[in-house]
Design a protein around this ligand. Structure first.
Ligand code: BG6
Length: 296
């Protein structure tokens, strides 16, 4: 279903027969909503989000490409999140996803202007799908389409903003004892100590070579998010906390309490593609009642 979203921007609404839904804006190839079959929103979007290009939408799932954060000379998080994507009318076959009927295929190719700031021709194909069980699936395929014989490298993240009841009651599992780069300490490398990760102040860390499965446990909502990823070795964990929240114009002062970014990413080791080569990065999210997960 194709319709107008905030500020007249085009969006696609996906609906699965059991009631779950998702919304994807062409602006940014940006998922802004994912609801379970009870109609509960599982992603966080700021009440102050502007939906005004060229600003990226604050919340949902911004696509960071071809650069994560300031790991390079481009604007922070690259340009894919503030370009207008198109519907991909000629998508490749996606054999892993044959059971889903609720999906959309988008494509981004660089404009002349983009080629001036990042001189590499590419095709970025994005499939957003809902599974019959209400899981949200994103598959990115980036191909080097240049004819100059040159490889290119990029970093990437699905900058997912999860909606949580109270950040101080939330726990992340799957990242214990891993090495991380701390953005709040000059990107220095540390090793995570102790048990599951909890939150009591600003956090901005890139966990390296993580397992393919990470969980966010929200006790108050009795919900667990399970993140499964493929082709994306790293995981960024970000919460701006109170001071940074106040400094962001498109983010409410207290909203940091109700969101957490856990981002499937490839940052430490950039991905390099020779002409004709393709990279695939897959993200699958489920939001399940906690009892379902206990003991797993
Ligand atoms: C996170 C980064 O992924 O995104 C943070 O690790 C950054 O350093 C945050 O502040 C938000 O970025 P932006 O550009 O959307 O404000």
């Amino acid at each position: 279903e194709f319709c107008k979203g905030n500020n007249g921007l085009d969006k696609i609404v996906l609906r699965e027969s059991r009631g779950s839904s998702a919304e994807v804006y062409l602006y940014g190839g940006h998922v802004t909503s994912w609801k379970n079959d009870h109609g509960e929103e599982l992603l966080f979007v700021s009440s102050k989000a502007t939906f005004k290009p060229p600003k990226a939408i604050r919340g949902g799932i911004p696509i960071c490409f071809p650069q994560f954060a300031s790991h390079g000379s481009l604007e922070s998080h690259g340009f894919a999140r503030n370009r207008f994507w198109s519907i991909d009318t000629d998508p490749p076959a996606f054999p892993t996803n044959s059971s889903s009927k609720a999906y959309i295929d988008l494509i981004l190719r660089p404009s002349e202007e983009d080629l001036k700031i990042w001189p590499h021709s590419f095709e970025f194909r994005l499939r957003v799908a809902l599974t019959p069980g209400g899981d949200l699936m994103l598959i990115s395929r980036v191909r080097n389409t240049s004819t100059d014989g040159k490889p290119f490298s990029f970093t990437f993240a699905y900058h997912t903003y999860f909606s949580v009841s109270d950040i101080s009651e939330v726990r992340v599992e799957g990242l214990e004892t891993l090495d991380y780069l701390d953005n709040l300490q000059n990107k220095e490398r540390f090793t995570e100590q102790g048990d599951a990760i909890t939150f009591e102040s600003e956090v901005d860390k890139i966990y390296l070579s993580t397992p393919t499965k990470i969980a966010i446990l929200d006790h108050e909502k009795k919900r667990t998010f399970v993140i499964r990823k493929d082709g994306l070795p790293d995981a960024v964990v970000w919460n701006p906390w109170d001071k940074k929240a106040k400094a962001m114009a498109d983010f409410g002062d207290d909203e940091y309490k109700h969101m957490l970014c856990v981002e499937a990413a490839a940052v430490e080791k950039p991905i390099t593609l020779k002409p004709g080569e393709e990279w695939k990065g897959r993200l699958e999210l489920s939001g399940v009642p906690s009892s379902y997960c206990s003991g797993q």
